[in-house]
Each structure stands twice: as structure tokens, then as C-alpha cells.
Design a protein around this ligand. Sequence first.
Ligand code: ATP
Ligand code: MG
Length: 263
Amino acid sequence: MRPYVIVFGNEKGGTGKSTLAVHLSVYLLHAGFSVGTVDIDARQGTLTQYLEHRSKSPLHLKLPEHVIVHKSTFENKADAIADDSKRFNEAMEKLSGCDYIVIDTPGNDTFLSQFAHSFANTLVTPLNESFIDLDVLVKVSGNDIKTMRPSIYAEMVWNQRKERAKNGLKPIDWIVVRNRLNTLYSKNRGDINVVLEALSKRIGFRLGAGFCERVIFRELFLSGSTLLDVPQGQQLSLSHVSARQELRELIDFMKLPGIAAAA
Ligand SMILES: Nc1ncnc2c1ncn2[C@@H]1O[C@H](COP(=O)(O)OP(=O)(O)OP(=O)(O)O)[C@@H](O)[C@H]1O
Ligand SMILES: [Mg+2]
């Protein structure tokens, strides 16, 4: 199955989609795969900026083939949808020779984002650890799991899954991964874990282990480098090593084609 498409999606801002998209893309590049990246959050353009910084790095860092797809400016809805689909398909066609395509989506609902989700072999949804952030998965009213209903976003993913099934495509492997976890154990997190485990069965996602809150993620952006780009001879901090381990755990959990799990 080539290219294998990985979409980072969550209709909520600032959960780590762009950061994890860059890290995964660089991991795949280091592993020897050809990688295409698509930024459909062109207005904010975090992924694009990250890669621009990367292209200027004196370390001559490896780069994916990058494409930006802007949201249509047509006013008529039907025209805008047709225009968005056409340009998105062109981007996918341009990257069709890659082993992997990684797509970064905006933190809000757009047609482009919905369309991109329908291409996903794997969908990664980073989530912050508060109960408020659970509303991207369910309509929350109290924390009784039985009364929770899938959110608009979960329904959208469900619809894209149905579309894929109709077209004879493999189901989307949906992975939810908590990000920016407080390193100290909190009671809140224990409760969220219970709810997320129950939701994973009900809504149909796999729950990954997650990433702790680490300053290093914010510091790397300006240099365009990632946890994986370390100049020879440079000592790694403990936080850096732990963050890399978390990334490796996510990648193993994703069970991507051509990548053997770490021993
Ligand atoms: N594990 C982490 N620890 C600390 N900071 C993080 C972590 N993950 C992401 N960040 C920081 O959080 C901010 C938001 O991350 P990012 O831009 O990747 O989110 P996003 O989901 O793409 O946001 P948007 O929806 O606005 O596109 C950035 O400043 C990023 O550096
Ligand atoms: Mg982003």
C-alpha cells in the first residue's frame, strides 16, 4: 500500500498536531523512506514554517517533499468544495511516488480537513489531558460514560470510515494520543484514562501512551530541528532521551508498514 497516508487531526487548536506531524515525518525520513508532507492549515502554516526553518538549518537537515493546499476562496459553497477537492487531489497526485504522506490539518472543521481524513490509513488525534478536551471525541455532560454521545468530530471520522468501506478501502486506524501530560501523577489523569479506555471501544480508536509536557518541543521549532536531529557528539539531556522514547513508543504503536517494532 503506497503511499501510506497519515493524517494528524483534531478539531481543536494547539494539541500538538503540527509538532507531532514534523517529528513523525523526520522519523520516516531518517528511516530511509521518501516522505511527502501536506499542509492544509495554510492560514496558520505551522508545518510549513517549521519546514522552512528546517531548510535554512546549518545542519543540512533532511526534508520531505512539501505541498501547501490553501482553502478555496470561492464564495459559492459547491464551487469551493469542487475547487478544494481538485487542488487536494493534485497535491496527492504530486506526492504519489512517496512511501508516506503526512498531512497536517487545522484545529477547526473545514471541507479540506474532512476530505483529507477520507485519505487516512492512520489518523492520529493528539489530545490534551483535561476533561474539556474530551469534547473532541464526545459530547460531555458530566463524566458518566453511558450518557456520552460521539462528538461532531467523531461522527465525521465515522462517516469517512463508512465512505472508505463503500469504496472498498481499508478502514482508518484511528489513534488517540495524549500530549503535554503533566509528569506528576494527578487524580484527574486516572479518571481520564478510565473514560478514554471505555471510549476507545465505543468510538473505535486505539489509545496510545502519550507525550509529557517538555520545553524542548517548543524550543526546537525555531531551528526547524526535531528530537531526532542531533549533531554528532552532542550530549542528550534526560528530557530529550525520554521524549525520543515517547516518540518511538508512538511509532511502534502505530504499526506502520516497513517499520519493525523496537526490540
Ligand atoms: N509535548 C509537548 N510539550 C511542550 N510543548 C508542546 C508539546 N507538544 C506541542 N507543544 C507546543 O504546543 C504548541 C501547540 O503545538 P502545535 O502547534 O503542534 O499544535 P496544533 O495542534 O498543530 O495547533 P493548531 O490546531 O493551532 O494547528 C506549540 O507551541 C508546541 O511547541
Ligand atoms: Mg497546527
